[in-house]
Structure formats: structure tokens, C-alpha cells
Design a protein around this ligand. Structure first.
Ligand code: TXA
Ligand code: MG
Length: 337
């Protein structure tokens, strides 16, 4: 299959027309969002949704997020809209937040991975919204990377993973946030944060009170343990390089890596201290780290890095999302100095 790329910032009408045509005929289209690029299909078309799993090499029990462009599209997808979802949607939609609810029977099993729940998000990116609106159906979309590798934050990385596997990539430039959406389940008694992301835990608890933190956000699942979110049990965000996260300050880090033949994943301004390094944002700005992390992981591969030691981010606010992705990319190799 030949993969076409259309730059929506230059060919707006063609991008919308082609994506609507393909999505309505059961094909896949990679689309920009404010978090990461998504690999989209008509959420109501089970055969189309199945193509997502084969294009990504994704295990079929890992459910997909359904993307909508207006709030009226939510009710038909779910059994019921809980009060806390209404409040949260009003404040954080459109935006980098995904909410899980009991599903309606309109949601095919291929979307929900066989669960009785569905994850829904209304993205903020104006191109994403226009593409959904023009397609006229909600779009099921995971991140547009091959299963296991870092999520793509620009069209170049979508192409390197998906070339020949899908008919169309819509290039909308870089992603504003750079890590995936926050995922919260409202399907049980208490809301549970399953994946930290662009909306912080602190912002959500400030609005609706207590939100439980799923164990798997900060810890590796133990053998045989059931994941609240199936995606958490799979290897994730991993470049080819072997990464170790070093907790502690810069001085200890410098002593630790001294004399080792390795690459360093460090903060901006620290480049001069290391022979071989890639930076991921500023030490005091979790937003800049989120924005750079996945690109930095791919750059390490491009540079042929084999062994990498990474500086550790702050683990609060947006930093929780950065840390969650970084420790997964490192296969939970963490050293505390
Ligand atoms: O920002 C994002 O969320 C991006 C863009 C494209 O919207 N999408 C994304 O999708 O990151 P994906 O498939 O890479 O991650 C979705 C996560 C997975 O960990 C999956 O297991 C979880 O959400 N998930 C989806 N539906 C679920 C459900 N019904 N119950 C529990 N977890 C669910
Ligand atoms: Mg993903």
C-alpha cells in the first residue's frame, strides 16, 4: 500500500475531503491531535477498527479511545453519563483528557477490547476536530506508532512507523503537548487515574475531589496482577537503546556516569557536561519535558545509542506523566543514588 501524506496547514480542503472519504469507506487515517498523532478509523465499523490492530501490531485486548468533536456525540456511546463526567467535561473538554464509562451497545467489541466500558476523548486540536466533524462519525484512535515504540509527535515519525501500512497521514505539524491524554475511569465507584497526561491529577482533584491513582501509574505490574487499563501491562514507549533512569541530583548523576561509555538523556543547558547526549526540556519545566520526551527517545535511536542514562524529572503535576512514560521506556530500570 502506498502511504500519502497531506499537509493540512497548506491543503486544508484536500486533507479534509480525502480523510472523510477514506474514513467513511472503512480505511485508516493518521491524524494530528494536541497530544500525539492518532491512527483513526470509524468507531462504528468493526472491520475498520480491526485494521488498526494489525497496522500497529497491537494486542487485541488493548482497547481504543473514541474521539468526538462535540458533546452531543457522547451520550450515544455510553450507557450513562455520570455527574462527575459532566462536570469534568465542561472544564477540560476539548482537551487532553480521556474518560472511561460503561459503554452502550453501539460500541463494537473491537473498540472496547472485550470490556464493558469505553474510553472517550474530545481533542482540542482544530485539525483533529475538523477531521472528526467531516467524517461524520466518532473516530477510534490509538497513538499512531507501532505497538511498543514511542508515540509520534510529528508526521515524520508517523511515516517512519506506518509507511506502507496505511493509505493516508494528515500532517498538522508538531503536537502541542507531546504525551498522551490523561485517562480516568468513571466506570467504578470512585474515579481512578489510569494514565497521567496533559491534564494533571491536581487539576482534576481540585475540581471533583478524590481520584485514586492506579497502582500501575508508578509501579511495574507484578506477575499475574490484573491491569485496570490493559495498555499498562505491555511494553511501552521503548526505543532500541537500553535506558536507566537515575534518581538524584546532577552532582550524583555526573559522578555515576563518569567514565562510562554511554549516552545521556539530560535537561537543556546540561549538554556541555556530557560527551554524547540528547536533551528533553528544561529541568524546571515539566511541560517542556513532555513536549520533548518522545522525540528525544527517537533521536537516541537515530544516533545509534545503545546504553542511555536518563536524568529524572520531578514527579508531580505534568511531571507525573513524564515520569510515567520515562520509566516505561526504561523497562522500570531505575537507580536511586
Ligand atoms: O492522547 C491520546 O490519548 C492519544 C490520542 C491519539 O488521542 N491516544 C492514545 O491511545 O494514547 P492509546 O491507545 O495509545 O492509549 C489508550 C490507553 C491504553 O492504555 C488503553 O489500555 C486505555 O487507554 N484504555 C482505552 N480504553 C479503555 C477502557 N475501556 N478501560 C481501560 N483502559 C482503557
Ligand atoms: Mg499508545
Amino acid at each position: 500500500m502506498k502511504t500519502k501524506v497531506i499537509d493540512i496547514t497548506k491543503q486544508y480542503d484536500e486533507a479534509l475531503g480525502e480523510s472523510a472519504r477514506l474514513l467513511q469507506s472503512g480505511e485508516l487515517v493518521a491524524i494530528p491531535t494536541e497530544t500525539v498523532y492518532g491512527l483513526a478509523a470509524n468507531a462504528f465499523d468493526e472491520a475498520a477498527v480491526k485494521k488498526i490492530y494489525s497496522a500497529k501490531g497491537r494486542p487485541s485486548d488493548n482497547p481504543l479511545i473514541v474521539h468526538i468533536s462535540d458533546i452531543d456525540s457522547l451520550a450515544p456511546l455510553v450507557a450513562e453519563v455520570p455527574e462527575k463526567v459532566k462536570i469534568t467535561a465542561q472544564k477540560f473538554w476539548p482537551g487532553p483528557l480521556t474518560m472511561i464509562m460503561k459503554k452502550s451497545d453501539k460500541i463494537p467489541n473491537a473498540v472496547s477490547g472485550g470490556l464493558d466500558t469505553v474510553a472517550v476523548r474530545m481533542p482540542e486540536n482544530r485539525f483533529a476536530r475538523a477531521i472528526i466533524e467531516n467524517a461524520g462519525v466518532p473516530l477510534a484512535a490509538p497513538s499512531a506508532n507501532l505497538s511498543g515504540s514511542p508515540s509520534p509527535t510529528n508526521a515524520k515519525y508517523v511515516l517512519s512507523d506506518m509507511d506502507g501500512r496505511i493509505p493516508l497521514i494528515i500532517d498538522g505539524g508538531g503536537c502541542k503537548i507531546g504525551v498522551e491524554s490523561t485517562v480516568i475511569s468513571f466506570a467504578g465507584e470512585k474515579p481512578v487515574l489510569l494514565r497521567p497526561g496533559g491534564v494533571t491529577l491536581e487539576e482534576i482533584t481540585g475540581l471533583i475531589g478524590e481520584v485514586e491513582l492506579a497502582d500501575a501509574v508508578l509501579n511495574e505490574l507484578k506477575e499475574g496482577e490484573k491491569a485496570a487499563s490493559p495498555g499498562m501491562k505491555y511494553k511501552h514507549y521503548a526505543p532500541k537503546a537500553d535506558i536507566t533512569v537515575i534518581k538524584g541530583g546532577l552532582d550524583g548523576f555526573l559522578k555515576y556516569v563518569k567514565g562510562r561509555d554511554c549516552f545521556v538523556l539530560c535537561f537543556e543547558g546540561e549538554e556541555g557536561l556530557f560527551e554524547k547526549c540528547v536533551t528533553y526540556g528544561r529541568e524546571n519545566s515539566a511541560f517542556s519535558q513532555a513536549n520533548r520526551l518522545f522525540d528525544a527517545l527517537r533521536e537516541l535511536d537515530e544516533k545509534g545509542a545503545k546504553k542511555v542514562y536518563a536524568r529524572c524529572p520531578e514527579i508531580s503535576g505534568m511531571g507525573l506523566a513524564v515520569y510515567n512514560r520515562l520509566i516505561r521506556s526504561a523497562g522500570f530500570n531505575i537507580i536511586e543514588l
